[in-house]
Design a protein around this ligand. Structure first.
Ligand SMILES: Cc1cc2nc3c(=O)[nH]c(=O)nc-3n(C[C@H](O)[C@H](O)[C@H](O)COP(=O)(O)OP(=O)(O)OC[C@H]3O[C@@H](n4cnc5c(N)ncnc54)[C@H](O)[C@@H]3O)c2cc1C
Length: 404
């Protein structure tokens, strides 16, 4: 129904996009949905789903074909994220693997790293995760404590990470750590750490209020020897790389929210036409119609903005603050849409087997991960008040120096 009034999406306009969308839908119906309850119980997805996705060419979509990737532009990743989310899914976590982890390796890694990891990531034989957040710090990435000491031909890594998406199922993690501990610069670097390396251990998947089938866990590093060849890019440049890649990560979340809102509205239009009260369908009440009209309007506006952001990302023109706006606006709206839609389901909305309950629970985290929405506002405001915030920072720095 909502489809009837949706503007044509120019970013997904080609025949190739349509065919790809059908493959994604078939894959989800056949290889994901039938297993979802089992995955929710165990807290992680089975490897079989990854291998099937690999066979269908659904992993590493934007990686170069010489590394086994699809050689496609980001609009295909966007379509896959949105479609999966519209169908009520976030797991298996392909977006983290394909659109974030693989991109770090391909963009900044050596040829050796690309050859070792990307082809197996494309087939689903090797799953990658990204570890930035730590028990003592998430928003303030520069305050991480994990550190790696230079020991000649290898680094010795110590520390821990938390909240790591697909950390439990992954075969390796890109770990953000300080490689000059004890010096004033400290320098954040990114190391590829294989899960079977001695001293690397994992916690059990967390029991979460949403995203139950996608694992999130803690990682521990105790004197882990990481070969020097596993450094991504240059030593000490990890923070710069992370800042450069954050807009893409934020877009994956914005797209997830767009898909989830579309799915929630579709589900609610359907449900309210079937359910009756006072001898008429719930959809017959003006309140229902107005609510859905409001939500569909808001979604349409956001979709147009997000489509433009996808185009900008493809053109390498998407700025961090615009990506922050997309993430902030869509995730706030997702919270509102899933809440309002759940209300129209009445008591059934509170029951897990109804998709709207899952959508409501899953929506909550999008305002938190990938940088909280408060941090999104910090990024946007910094741009609005550029010179002014720089002056304040300088004043604070001087004050600190005076105290020393
Ligand atoms: C399901 C899930 C999956 C995740 N996946 C990953 C992953 O794969 N890899 C990874 O590295 N991390 C991951 N995270 C971690 C996530 O990115 C962090 O939780 C998030 O960045 C917030 O950090 P924090 O939890 O430490 O909160 P804190 O930084 O402790 O923040 C607490 C509160 O303070 C606010 N706050 C902090 N600083 C400011 C400020 N300057 N101005 C105003 N308010 C502020 C925050 O907005 C928040 O409301 C995941 C988290 C979850 C829940």
């Amino acid at each position: 129904m909502y489809k009837n009034i949706k503007l044509k999406r120019t970013i997904y306009a080609t025949e190739e996009h349509q065919m790809f969308q059908e493959v994604v839908q078939e894959y989800i119906k056949k290889h994901v949905l039938p297993h979802r309850e089992k995955w929710e119980e165990q807290g992680y997805c089975d490897r079989a789903a990854w291998l099937e996705a690999g066979k269908l060419g659904l992993l590493n979509l934007t990686s170069a074909p010489e590394y086994g990737g699809g050689g496609l532009d980001f609009s295909f990743s966007a379509l896959m994220i949105e479609e999966a989310s519209r169908m009520g899914l976030v797991a298996p976590g392909f977006s983290m693997h394909s659109d974030i982890v693989a991109v770090y390796i391909e963009t900044y890694g050596t040829e050796d790293l690309k050859q070792r990891y990307l082809p197996k990531m494309a087939t689903g034989e090797c799953i990658g995760s990204l570890g930035m957040s730590e028990p003592s710090t998430g928003s303030d990435v520069q305050a991480i404590k994990s550190n790696a000491v230079d020991a000649g031909d290898h680094w010795v890594l110590n520390g821990s990470k938390t909240f790591i998406t697909i950390g439990y199922t992954s075969d390796f993690t890109i770990v953000a750590c300080k490689t000059r501990p004890g010096t004033p610069q400290e320098g954040i670097s990114l190391l590829v750490v294989d899960a079977d390396t001695e001293g690397f251990s994992k916690g059990k998947p967390f029991k979460k209020i949403g995203l139950k089938e996608s694992d999130t866990c803690e990682l521990f590093f105790e004197d882990v020897k990481v070969p020097k060849e596993n450094l991504i890019g240059e030593e000490g440049k990890g923070f710069i790389y992370m800042m450069k890649e954050l807009p893409r990560e934020r877009m994956t979340i914005a797209l997830q929210s767009i898909g989830a809102m579309e799915g929630a509205i579709e589900d609610t239009i359907e449900y309210t036409q079937e359910r009756t009260a006072f001898k008429q369908p719930i959809a017959g009440f003006q309140n229902t119609q107005f609510k859905l009209a409001e939500l569909a309007t808001q979604l349409q506006i956001q979709q147009v903005f997000v489509d433009r952001c996808v185009e900008l990302l493809n053109e390498h023109q998407l700025t961090p603050e615009t990506a922050s706006m997309a993430k902030y606006a869509t995730t706030e709206m997702e919270g509102k849409v899933t809440d309002e839609c759940l209300q129209l389901f009445g008591g059934y909305g509170f029951i897990w087997e109804y998709p709207i309950a899952r959508r409501y629970a899953n929506a909550r985290v999008t305002r938190i991960y990938g940088g909280t929405n408060e941090i999104m506002k910090v990024m946007i405001a910094r741009k609005l008040f550029g010179k002014y915030t720089a002056q304040i920072k300088e004043m604070r720095r001087k004050r600190r120096m005076a105290k020393v």
